[in-house]
Design a protein around this ligand. Structure first.
Ligand code: SAM
Ligand code: DTB
Ligand code: SF4
Length: 352
């Protein structure tokens, strides 16, 4: 029998506490930093309960999208992002060398392999500060067309873009453009000096204008405060519309980068970040991204409970190791989750 709810319980579920009649889980673009901090600091059980309730209102229950990543152009990036093994500034210490852009045919082979392994989204990353017109960009457009022709969602992350370049990517059929804010506006300068937060927001606006969907999130574990984490989510949540995809990365502390000695992110912090992203951006896909390698199966399941509904799937992220694919499929099967299929959703008990 369905349990009766007390009026107090009903109030906490149906209203956002502002007395403005909006229900919790309605899309909003007016979050204050204090509100986001308060959500993130809720008792964990309450936070998970709220996040899962909102998740079910906006998404199919228990489904996970598998997205595969490929570094199509590795190393020698002129930017100085302190977390990144691909920055030319730390190349001597990281040993990550400059590589040329991959051939279109090789990229499409990898995309086909990812599809055969069960991925429905293929994300191609280039260690560029910005896109330059010419043969390399033309090749990336060809890659996008090829990935789309395989029936996969195509995502690229290429650094800053002009409006014309964003429009050309849209014309090639690109599904999503990944461009992370990474952290709060206040902490940004501690991590990157070669571009500004506003540069990032400008590129996001151009992508939005082109009609390509946005994938934008960030990294925790770089020495930022709870307020910084909340501020990053606040900035994303106050974009209208919200980015369709929110990658939440835990820092992979790569030897040779300035953040090499940062201690590993506590899994509970990751769960809080995922749950808060779910609550403030109810209809977006929350992607459990880098750093998953170091989390237990139980911690990853808590992230799913908190509203994560996608993982990066494949043995490698861009330059660092990702979880073993067989272990990922076993985790999904053991948790009874469904893998999102190319068209619709398919039970994970069948091989994807
Ligand atoms: N150069 C482009 C850019 O910066 O937008 C695209 C590639 S860049 C490697 C993509 C994203 O990977 C970064 O924005 C950052 O959030 C994430 N990333 C890079 N190194 C990371 C690390 N060591 N740990 C966690 N996330 C990382
Ligand atoms: C995102 O937010 N995380 C991915 C993807 N978008 C491009 C990249 C993670 C990179 C982790 C470090 C590496 O493998 O080089
Ligand atoms: Fe790495 Fe991208 Fe920063 Fe370049 S712009 S150093 S590839 S995160």
């Amino acid at each position: 029998m369905k349990k009766q709810m007390s009026s107090e319980q009903e109030t906490s579920i149906n209203h956002n506490g502002n007395g403005d009649g909006r229900a919790e889980g309605d899309l909003r673009h007016d979050w204050s930093a204090q509100e986001v901090v308060a959500v993130m600091g809720l008792p964990l059980t309450e936070l998970l309960y709220r996040a899962q309730g909102i998740h079910r209102r906006h998404h199919p229950e228990n489904t996970v999208q598998l997205a595969s990543l490929l570094s199509i152009k590795t190393g020698a990036c002129p930017e100085d992002c302190k977390y990144c093994p691909q920055s030319a500034h730390y190349a001597k210490a990281t040993g990550v060398d400059r590589e040329a852009l991959m051939d279109v045919a090789d990229v499409l082979d990898k995309a086909e392999q990812a599809r055969a392994a069960g991925a429905t989204r293929f994300c191609m990353g280039a260690a560029w500060r910005e896109v330059r017109d010419g043969a390399d960009f033309d090749a990336v457009l060809e890659m996008v067309r090829g990935v789309k022709a395989l029936g996969l969602e195509a995502c690229v992350t290429l650094g800053m873009l002009s409006q014309d370049q964003a429009d050309r990517l849209a014309e090639a059929g690109l599904t999503a453009y990944n461009h992370n804010l990474d952290t709060s506006p206040e902490f940004y300068g501690e991590i990157i000096s070669t571009r500004t937060y506003q540069d990032r927001l400008d590129t996001l606006a151009r992508v939005r204008q082109s009609g390509v969907t946005l994938c934008s999130g960030g990294i925790i574990g770089m020495g930022e405060s709870q307020l910084d984490r909340a501020r990053m989510l606040q900035v994303l949540a106050n974009l209208d519309p919200h980015p369709e995809s929110i990658p939440i990365n835990a820092l992979v502390a790569v030897p040779g980068t300035p953040l090499a000695d940062r201690k590993q992110v506590d899994a509970i912090d990751m769960v809080r970040m995922v749950a808060t992203a779910r609550i403030v951006m109810p209809s977006s896909r929350v992607r459990l991204s880098a750093g998953r390698h170091d989390f237990s199966r139980e911690a990853q399941i808590l992230c799913f409970l908190a509203g994560a509904n996608s993982i990066f799937y494949g043995e490698k992220l861009l330059t660092t190791a990702n979880n073993d694919t067989h272990e990922d499929l076993a985790l999904i099967r053991d948790a009874g989750l469904d893998v999102e299929a190319l068209s619709g959703v398919e039970r994970s008990t069948d091989s994807p």
